[in-house]
Structures are given as structure tokens and as C-alpha cells.
Design a protein around this ligand. Structure first.
Ligand SMILES: [Zn+2]
Length: 111
């Protein structure tokens, strides 16, 4: 059961990193990514589009990065046998919840 979850998390990590790699660059700090600014072609009108595009990517980057952090944390917890417990109340997280979202940090009550 735990092995399956671990594999699922590793796959998820891989796909998040792949997604991030398309438009961002990993920072010197592990798990910190920076969105690359689109290239200018000197045209003011397209510059505005690029800023808009950049802002959109920034928010995508933010949510992917957050998810990646949670996935990594869940993998850590598997390693040190604390996986499946709510970070707030310490109770076991409902297995169905873990099934749907293995990187969940809180039980459904605390979430
Ligand atoms: Zn809880």
C-alpha cells in the first residue's frame, strides 16, 4: 500500500518537474523555480502580451511549486514512517483521502 503511494508520488513529482521545466528554471535552492521571462522582439504591443503571459505563468509556477513541495514532504514522511498523519491534529488521515490526494497534509476535518 505504502509502496504504491510512494510510486504514485514519485510519478507526480516527475510530471510536475517536467511541467515546470517547460517555462521555468530551477533555482540554486532546491525545489525553488523561477519563471523565465518571455523574449522580447522589441514590439511594444507584443511586450504587453508577454507581460500578461509571464504573469499567468507565474501563478502556474506558484501552484506547481506548492504541489511539488507537498509531494516531496509526503515522500519524506514515507521515509521516516510518519506518512498518513494529519499535521494539525495528529490523527490518521482517511485512506480514501490519501488515495485521492496522497500529498495531503491535513485530515478532512482540519483542512
Ligand atoms: Zn486533523
Amino acid at each position: 500500500m505504502l509502496k504504491e503511494i510512494e510510486e504514485k508520488l514519485l510519478k507526480e513529482k516527475e510530471s510536475i518537474e517536467k511541467e515546470l521545466n517547460k517555462f521555468a528554471k530551477e533555482d540554486a535552492t532546491p525545489d525553488n523555480w523561477n519563471t523565465k521571462f518571455p523574449k522580447y522582439d522589441g514590439d511594444l504591443e507584443s511586450e504587453a502580451d508577454e507581460v500578461q503571459e509571464y504573469e499567468k505563468l507565474l501563478s502556474v509556477e506558484y501552484s506547481l511549486e506548492k504541489k511539488l513541495t507537498d509531494v516531496n514532504l509526503a515522500l519524506e514522511k514515507i521515509k521516516n514512517n510518519s506518512f498518513g498523519k494529519c499535521e494539525k491534529c495528529g490523527k490518521e488521515i482517511n485512506p480514501e483521502r490519501i488515495e485521492a490526494c496522497p500529498e495531503a497534509r491535513l485530515c478532512s476535518k482540519c483542512n
